[in-house]
Ligand binder design. Structure first.
Ligand code: 8IG
Length: 272
């Protein structure tokens, strides 16, 4: 039986071959809104469709084809990964974390997980980027569930005390002092929450809420990568204001933030 780890190794070899990059330093997983910002990093050297790589699924979210762009930004070999897949699309957790495992197998020791999310803190307005300090995994699953990882992979009982790297968080805040830090609650979705659920999450210490990131972060940490999480707040979570949530508004906030995200990413890449 092929393990998820062997599948990621195979996809990494295919990616190296297709991109011409023999290894990567940094992988950036682009959440909604972030792809438009990432063009600020410059012209990619290679553009690989993830449908050409083993184990990747085509995303079902409209307008989000799966691609891995490779570029060299001031000597840092960067992979930009778009077309994330989610549990709410009906996919398994190993499929959700496969892109992250592949990029780490291709050498990336640092992983930046970006997302669009709801804001629970009324003082953090839509359009703000928040550095994820910690998370609440409320998906009721784990990328480490099931068969124990084979040798030489680390134990499934992985310590998450410092899941989101203090070093990377400091580096991000140093180049982007406008950022604040928060705690991301990751839920399965795809429905948004009720106001009562948001009130519950707030008592649990969450300031952000979304449907991605947490499983990828765990998988990356298990493989020994340093993880940075960045949430673009695109809406106030349910009940934070009297307004209703609206997927279009989420997309519009993402688009309106593209220039700011681009500026942030260019500052980050050389700093991490
Ligand atoms: I964008 O308010 C975005 N993604 N669960 N709740 C959840 N996911 C989100 C939200 C939100 N906004």
């Amino acid at each position: 039986m092929t393990t998820p780890y062997a599948l990621a190794e195979r996809a990494a070899a295919e990616l190296r071959e297709a991109s011409g990059f023999d290894r990567y330093d940094l992988a950036i997983v682009l959440g909604s809104g972030w792809r438009e910002g990432a063009v600020a990093l410059g012209e990619p050297v290679s553009d690989v469709a993830t449908t050409d790589l083993s184990g990747f699924l085509a995303p079902t979210v409209a307008g989000h084809s799966g691609r891995i762009l490779s570029l060299d930004f001031e000597g840092v070999r960067v992979a930009l990964v778009s077309g994330r897949v989610h549990l709410y699309e009906g996919h398994r957790v190993d499929q959700v974390v496969h892109p992250v495992r592949t990029l780490i197998a291709a050498g990336a020791r640092r992983v930046v997980l970006t997302n669009a999310c709801g804001g629970i803190d009324p003082d953090v307005a839509p359009g703000s980027v928040v550095v994820i300090r910690d998370h609440l995994n409320l998906t009721a699953t784990s990328p480490l569930e099931g068969e124990a990882p084979p040798e030489p992979y680390g134990s499934r009982f992985v310590d998450l005390t410092d899941l989101y790297s203090a070093r990377l968080r400091r580096a991000a805040l140093a180049v982007a002092p406008e950022l604040t830090e928060g705690v991301y609650a990751g839920l399965r979705g795809p429905h948004y929450e009720t106001p009562a659920e948001i009130a519950m999450l707030k008592t649990m210490g969450a300031t952000l809420v979304g449907m991605s990131t947490v499983l990828e972060a765990i998988a990356a940490r298990h493989l020994g990568a340093e993880v940075l999480g960045l949430g673009l707040v695109t809406n106030f979570a349910a009940g934070v204001t009297p307004a209703h949530l609206n997927h279009l508004e989420v997309l519009e906030t993402g688009l309106a933030s593209a220039a700011a995200l681009g500026s942030l990413l260019t500052r980050l890449v050389s700093a991490l």
